[in-house]
Design a protein around this ligand. Structure first.
Ligand SMILES: [Fe+2]
Length: 427
């Protein structure tokens, strides 16, 4: 592992990225020594994973605090397996698999790639230990670098296509690494600190203004240069009725008003499944909020901190976002409305603060088809029963945000850095 680096520095960099030209890795058609550019991108992404893991000890990296969260060690190994399975095995002649048993341990959900360990039991994999996983990463890193150096120009097109998917895949796991550690640490009564320098991401504005979006036909979805996941296309027309979208994110101060007005105790504000979650989970506030001596504290990467009224609310589920919108006499935007607003640059803090729930179900865009082969399992098969979040959070790696990016989680999920932006329909 590299020497420990302040993860807050890594996290701070995330919000500096302009999503309009965000790209962590060069496009395959980049002129002037593409091998060197890809090599730099590969090393940079791999190092970022290690930077985020660096503050964590061996015990921290093994624990799995719930079925949806994975251990840090597993994230580090799984992202490595991804390159081994989809890039090295098919493309590097004579590649020697590091350990025949790792495919079973570190395959996540690729049925086409073979049998795999049960997701809820990832925390039981005490062995291989951290050193062995670090050696696995080094073994695969060396092989990828060799492949990049030795591939002929024809082969390089295929190699960099898979490499690019692997890099964006690893970036997704970098954010999960942080949210999963936060969830694990939140279970510990002594409230451990992941990063003492962490601060709540400041919002650009705390305006309660709403902005009119132009009604009529618009185009959403990815259509351009650079990388996108398959689920971001095809680009297509959408029709917007007159709608106003909030310029700013919902703040903790607004959420405190919701709590004070018995928002969590008023069934009529909630979807049926949402109310069932409130009752079953005993929700009285956003995730990681704790009441102490009459004040609200929030567990954060820097440990327990007072809830800051001006900071955007975070760690709320779709159910809570929906109930809040109903209480406020507003709505959640559709993902089309969000994207039109973000493309027009009429909203603040679209990126780099908190993911924003939309009321759009995660379903395929018209004409979408998953790509052939095992990588077709990446997104398409999850297009059921989940809701779309847009934007990015302060834990999203630099270069990973896009105007067309579609994140998705199940409605009760609230361990991600998920927040709320409201919309309002005229009449
Ligand atoms: Fe994965």
């Amino acid at each position: 592992m590299p020497p420990p680096t302040s993860s807050s520095a890594a996290i701070r960099r995330l919000s500096d990225t302009d999503p309009a030209d965000a790209r962590s890795a060069p496009h395959a058609s980049t002129p002037n020594d593409p091998r060197a550019l890809w090599l730099r991108a590969f090393r940079s992404v791999r190092a970022e994973t290690e930077r985020r893991a660096a503050p964590l000890g061996p015990e921290d990296q093994v624990v799995q605090s719930m079925p949806d969260a994975s251990p840090t060690k597993w994230h580090r190994a799984h992202t490595t397996w991804f390159f081994e399975q989809f890039l090295l095995a098919p493309h590097l002649a004579g590649y020697r698999v590091f350990d025949d048993e790792f495919a079973y341990l570190f395959n996540s959900y690729y049925v086409t790639a073979g049998p795999r360990h049960a997701r809820p039991r990832r925390g039981l994999i005490t062995r291989p230990d951290l050193q062995h996983v670090a050696a696995y990463r080094a073994h695969v890193d060396d092989a990828v670098e060799r492949l990049l150096a030795d591939a002929d120009d024809t082969q390089l097109v295929d190699v960099t296509r898979i490499l690019e998917i692997g890099l964006h895949h690893e970036q997704q796991h970098q954010e999960l690494l942080v949210t999963d550690v936060l969830h694990a640490f939140a279970q510990n009564p002594i409230a451990p600190i992941y990063d003492s320098h962490w601060r709540p991401p400041p919002a650009q504005t705390q305006s309660r203004d709403f902005v009119d979006l132009p009604p009529g036909l618009h185009i959403i979805g990815f259509d351009g240069e650079g990388y996108s996941f398959d689920n971001e296309g095809p680009a297509h027309q959408v029709y917007l009725r007159p709608v106003r979208i909030a310029r700013s994110l919902v703040t903790n101060a607004q959420w405190l008003e919701f709590i004070a007005d018995h928002g969590y105790a008023t069934p009529s504000l909630w979807l049926s499944d949402g109310w069932a979650a409130v009752e079953a989970e005993g929700w009285q506030a956003p995730g990681y909020w704790r009441r102490a001596d009459g004040a609200w504290l929030q567990f954060t990467p820097a440990g327990l901190k007072p809830v800051e009224p001006d900071a955007p609310v975070v760690h709320v589920s779709y159910y809570e976002a929906d109930a809040f919108a109903r209480w406020a006499g507003k709505d959640l935007p559709t993902e089309a409305e969000w994207e039109v607003a973000a493309r027009a640059a009429v909203i603040d803090d679209a990126f780099g603060v908190v993911w924003q729930w939309t009321r759009s179900a995660y379903s395929p865009y018209p004409g979408y088809r998953p790509p052939p082969g095992a990588l077709g399992e990446y997104n398409g098969k999850f297009m059921i029963n989940q809701m779309v979040l847009r934007g990015s959070s302060h834990a999203t790696p630099a270069g990973h945000a896009r105007l067309s990016y579609r994140n998705f989680f199940y409605p009760p999920a609230r361990w991600q850095f998920s927040g709320v932006r409201l919309a309002h329909y005229a009449g």
